[in-house]
Ligand binder design. Structure first.
Ligand SMILES: Nc1ncnc2c1ncn2[C@@H]1O[C@H](COP(=O)(O)OP(=O)(O)OP(=O)(O)O)[C@@H](O)[C@H]1O
Ligand SMILES: [Mg+2]
Length: 211
C-alpha cells in the first residue's frame, strides 16, 4: 500500500450537482494507484451516523427545528470523525468525504438562515481542527441539478423550495470565495470526464507536494 501524507478531501455542492459521481471516481482511481483510501458519505459512514441520517432525511420529520437539524448533522459528523476519519488520518491514509462541514454552513446557515456564529461554535466542539486539505465544490445550476434528480424520491431537504436551494448554492460560493486556497470550484455543467480530469490534476498536485 502506497503511503502519502494524510489527506482529507471533501466534496460539496447542492443535491444532484454531481458530487457522488466525482468522489466515487476519485476513490477508484486512488485505489487503483495503490493508496489506502476511504470514502464516507455524510450524514452517515458509521452505524450510529447512518441512524442519525435516517432521522434527518425522513420526510415524516417536517416539524424538525433548524437548530435540531444542525445539531444532528454535527452529531453524525462527530461520530464519523471519531470512529473513522481521525484514525485513518493518523495512519497516513486518504479520506474522501461526500459532504462535510461546509454543507452545514451552506444548508443550515445560508439556507435556513441560522447564525453562522452559532454554527461555528458547534463546529468547534464537534469537529475541532479536522479541516479538509481540499474541498471540491461542484457548482451546478439549480435547473441542471434538478434535471439530474428527476426520477428520484426526494428526501426532506431535497424537497425544500427553490429559494432555500438558491441561498444554499450561493452560500457555497461565498464559502469558496472566502477560503480560496482550500476550495476547488468546478463548473458542474462540464462533462463527467472533464470534471474528473480537473479533479485529478489538483489531486496530483496535492500528492506531489506531500511526498
Ligand atoms: N457532469 C455531469 N454531467 C452530466 N450528468 C452528470 C454529471 N455529474 C453527475 N451526473 C449525473 O447526475 C446524477 C446526479 O449525480 P450525483 O449522484 O453525483 O449527484 P450528487 O451531487 O451526489 O447528488 P446528491 O446530493 O443528491 O447525492 C447522476 O445520475 C449522475 O450520473
Ligand atoms: Mg450524492
Amino acid at each position: 500500500m502506497k503511503s502519502a501524507r494524510p489527506l482529507l478531501i471533501s466534496f460539496e455542492g447542492i443535491d444532484g450537482s454531481g458530487k457522488s459521481t466525482q468522489c466515487k471516481m476519485l476513490y477508484h482511481e486512488l485505489i487503483d494507484r495503490g493508496f489506502a483510501v476511504h470514502l464516507y458519505r455524510e450524514p452517515g459512514g458509521t452505524r450510529i451516523s447512518e441512524k442519525i441520517r435516517n432521522i434527518l432525511l425522513d420526510r415524516e420529520n417536517m416539524e424538525m427545528s433548524p437548530v435540531t437539524e444542525m445539531l444532528l448533522y454535527f452529531a453524525s459528523r462527530n461520530q464519523l470523525i471519531s470512529e473513522k476519519v481521525v484514525p485513518a488520518l493518523k495512519k497516513g491514509e486518504i479520506v474522501l468525504l461526500d459532504r462535510f462541514v461546509d454543507s452545514t454552513i451552506a444548508y443550515q446557515g445560508y439556507g435556513r438562515n441560522l447564525s453562522l456564529e452559532s454554527i461555528q461554535k458547534v463546529a468547534d466542539v464537534a469537529i475541532g481542527t479536522v479541516i479538509p486539505d481540499l474541498t471540491i465544490l461542484v457548482d451546478t445550476p439549480l435547473e441542471t441539478a434538478e434535471d439530474r434528480m428527476e426520477d428520484r424520491d426526494l428526501d426532506r431537504l431535497e424537497a425544500e423550495n427553490v429559494e432555500f436551494k438558491l441561498r444554499t448554492k450561493n452560500g457555497y460560493l461565498k464559502l469558496a470565495e472566502a477560503d480560496s486556497h482550500r476550495f476547488l470550484v468546478l463548473d458542474g455543467r462540464d462533462s463527467i470526464d472533464s470534471l474528473k480530469r480537473t479533479v485529478l490534476t489538483r489531486i496530483d498536485q496535492l500528492l506531489d507536494s506531500s511526498v
